[in-house]
Design a protein around this ligand. Sequence first.
Ligand code: LRY
Length: 224
Amino acid sequence: MFKLEALRSSLIVSCQAYPGEPMRDPRTMAQVAQSAVTGGAAAVRVQGLSDIQAARSAVEVPVIGLWKDGHDGVFITPTLHHALACASAGAHIVALDGTRRGRPDGLSLAQTIAGVHEQSPALVMADCGSVADAVAAAEAGADIIGTTLAGYTGEREKTSGPDLEFLHELAALDLGLPVVAEGRIHTPAQGRAALDAGAFAVVVGTAITHPATITSWFADALVR
Ligand SMILES: CC(=O)N[C@H](C=O)[C@@H](O)[C@H](O)[C@H](O)COP(=O)(O)O
């Protein structure tokens, strides 16, 4: 079993391709995950049961697994069923929606987290969108707080880079849990700034593993 402490101050790379995209293939995502580990990723975050299984076989580092179902409201590992499936697929850490919104299976966040802890060895990362979410998720038994949903739930402005103010607010609260910075970290300096703002570790997705978006940044910069 891995030690969460080993991820302190580390880079975690999210390797995700979206529905209909050419790289949406578990073998491809496992290769991307391997490349990220070669470059220094201490853990990877992958979406979908096949990608979790493929990543587990491909890399030695901890795998954070999630299952996106839909794209509105609560869609990141929305139910206990989704969460247990991620754990069964091999996720060391299950990332799930950690907001205060109602969940499709009617379970509370606390019931969902308790179900994962009772029925699997996985830790739970609660993807939050606000300070109130983070406080509630900590009370509900989450092992890790993620800032993943800041800017996506209507409770906080969608900052162009990471929401550093959110990280500062969470650090001041001292929830007693690791807070992982995730969302719109696009440069190494922003990753460093997230750690300096109090993050336990940093997740980078798009800026490392989503070539279509990275290409568009360059292409857009060339347009006069
Ligand atoms: C909001 C949402 O659905 N976030 C997802 C969560 O898994 C992913 O689409 C993001 O790529 C991931 O959070 C990493 O963030 P960024 O790609 O900005 O580095």
